[in-house]
Ligand binder design. Structure first.
Ligand SMILES: NC(=O)c1ccc[n+]([C@@H]2O[C@H](COP(=O)([O-])OP(=O)(O)OC[C@H]3O[C@@H](n4cnc5c(N)ncnc54)[C@H](OP(=O)(O)O)[C@@H]3O)[C@@H](O)[C@H]2O)c1
Length: 427
């Protein structure tokens, strides 16, 4: 044991590997339990037994004492402060750190990475992105030498559960209530359903994949609150299923990072991921496509990823983060879209819609027309029909302009709806 434990390097001292634990809630308590259960096995292959030497909560422990008595700190408090301050202090004291904190990493990642580099310590955060799915390790280690072109992720289990329920016929409010009843959604689910939680995770993944300093505020995101059950119903007829998808991709001249609901064809590896699960597809010319899926949350599942990070530090398996690269973030990217129009049921309407779309440079890939909608306030005098189509890729700005023109036509009975479609199938 070193004479000055506060300055001891993570792997330089013999004897137990001392872990300081910040936060003892859902994940922290599960982590402490798992570590105790697995300590002997870890010692067997690694030569050192991890032990928790100090715990800090709101009512228990002192940060200075936990820090002084640890080789490594695990931060499972959440939020930005005091978690940021604690992690910076630990790294400045030469300690390796592990965190599951997506808010912190997506908002202050560069500051944390810079301090880790400066002090030559490891900052591990597998559980911050997709819970137990080891996508951080895949990008940082297995694919470290592989240029990544694109990542698509279902990185929020709550919204994936809600969309799975909606696909089975529930409406949005029923599906959300069920997610809350089963403990998948928080009492305040706004970060999940607005797409903000997924945006934080995609910012972290984009930083890993492309080396560019992407922060949460750089990620454009849309949530699932506006989706309607009939969109899922019609899309099914076109062979499409709906997911909340995070995308981080290299495009000519820069990168694009965004989160939005998207339709997938059934051949896409993410289309079959249903319920409260996470999945990530990584695409690269060298490897074509790798998909991993599994539980994205839950105390024991997340704790398993955290303990994996601790073992990775103990075995010297990770490096301090690389310095950032400058890559422009692109705003206006091309997508294919699903369009849903409610129009008056009268002759010539379809031809008029097609003409407007052609004038706007929109080309239709597939199309269905379905019966009469229930009359609403705007359609009290004439029944409506629904025109549902998938259009070939075009820039989002051009799509917005086409929607504006369509909305002004006198036979269009409600705001046209557009949802992106991801076309790759990998079959
Ligand atoms: N829950 C999941 O399934 C999951 C999945 C992936 C990632 N994560 C991430 O894991 C982290 C922890 O989440 P959690 O669900 O375990 O949270 P939690 O149940 O709310 O636990 C938070 C813990 O931090 C302690 N804490 C809060 N503020 C503190 C402060 N100012 N000083 C010291 N301790 C403080 C709390 O103390 P008290 O015990 O005194 O209240 C509690 O022990 C978060 O970053 C979260 O995003 C969670």
């Amino acid at each position: 044991m070193s004479a000055d434990p506060a300055k001891a390097g993570a792997t330089s001292t013999p004897g137990p590997f001392r872990v300081g634990l910040l936060g003892h809630g859902t994940v922290g308590a599960a982590f402490a339990e798992l570590l105790a259960e697995r300590a002997a096995e870890i010692e067997r292959f690694n030569g050192r037994r991890p032990v928790i030497t100090g715990v800090l909560t709101r009512t228990r422990g002192s940060f200075a004492e936990v820090l002084a008595g640890a080789d490594l700190l695990v931060e499972l408090i959440g939020g930005t402060e005091p978690a940021r301050e604690y992690l910076l202090a630990a790294m400045r004291a030469g300690k390796d750190v592990v965190s599951a904190n997506k808010q912190l990493l997506s908002q202050h990642g560069e500051e944390l990475f810079a301090v880790a580099r400066e002090h030559g310590v490891r900052l591990r955060f597998e559980a911050a992105v997709a819970g137990a799915v080891p996508v951080v390790r895949l990008l940082e280690e297995s694919l470290a030498a592989t240029p990544i072109e694109r990542i698509h992720g279902i990185v929020n289990g709550t919204t994936n559960f809600i969309l799975s329920e909606m696909a089975r016929g529930s409406d949005y409010a029923q599906a959300l209530a069920e997610a809350q009843r089963l403990g998948y959604a928080e009492a305040d689910p706004s970060d999940d359903v607005s797409g903000r939680d997924a945006a934080a995770k995609m910012a972290i993944l984009a930083r890993l994949a492309f080396g560019a300093p992407v922060r949460l505020e750089d990620v454009r995101y849309e949530g699932i609150e506006q989706l309607r059950g009939d969109d899922l119903e019609y899309a099914r007829e076109l062979g499409l299923g709906l997911k909340l998808i995070g995308t981080a991709e290299r495009r000519e001249g820069g990168i694009s990072v965004r989160v939005h609901p998207a339709f997938l064809y059934s051949g896409h590896p993410l289309s079959s991921v249903s319920g409260p699960f996470n999945a990530v597809t990584v695409e690269s010319e060298a490897v074509t496509e790798i998909t991993m899926s599994g539980p994205g949350a839950g105390g024991p599942q997340t704790a398993s990823a955290v303990l994996g990070d601790v073992v990775s530090v103990m075995t010297g398996g990770a490096r301090p983060p690389a310095p950032p690269l400058e890559l422009p973030l692109l705003e206006d990217v091309e997508s294919a879209f699903y369009l849903h129009l409610e129009v008056a049921d009268r002759p010539g309407v379809l031809a008029a819609v097609t003409r407007v779309l052609e004038e706007q440079g929109v080309s239709i890939k597939s199309f269905v027309q379905r019966g009469r909608a229930a009359p609403d306030a705007r359609s009290a005098t004439a029944p409506d029909v629904r025109l549902v189509m998938v259009i070939h890729p075009l820039a989002e700005s051009r799509l917005r302009e086409a929607l504006r023109v369509l909305a002004e036509l006198d036979f269009v009975r409600s705001e046209p709806r557009a949802i992106r479609v991801i076309e790759e199938e990998f079959v």
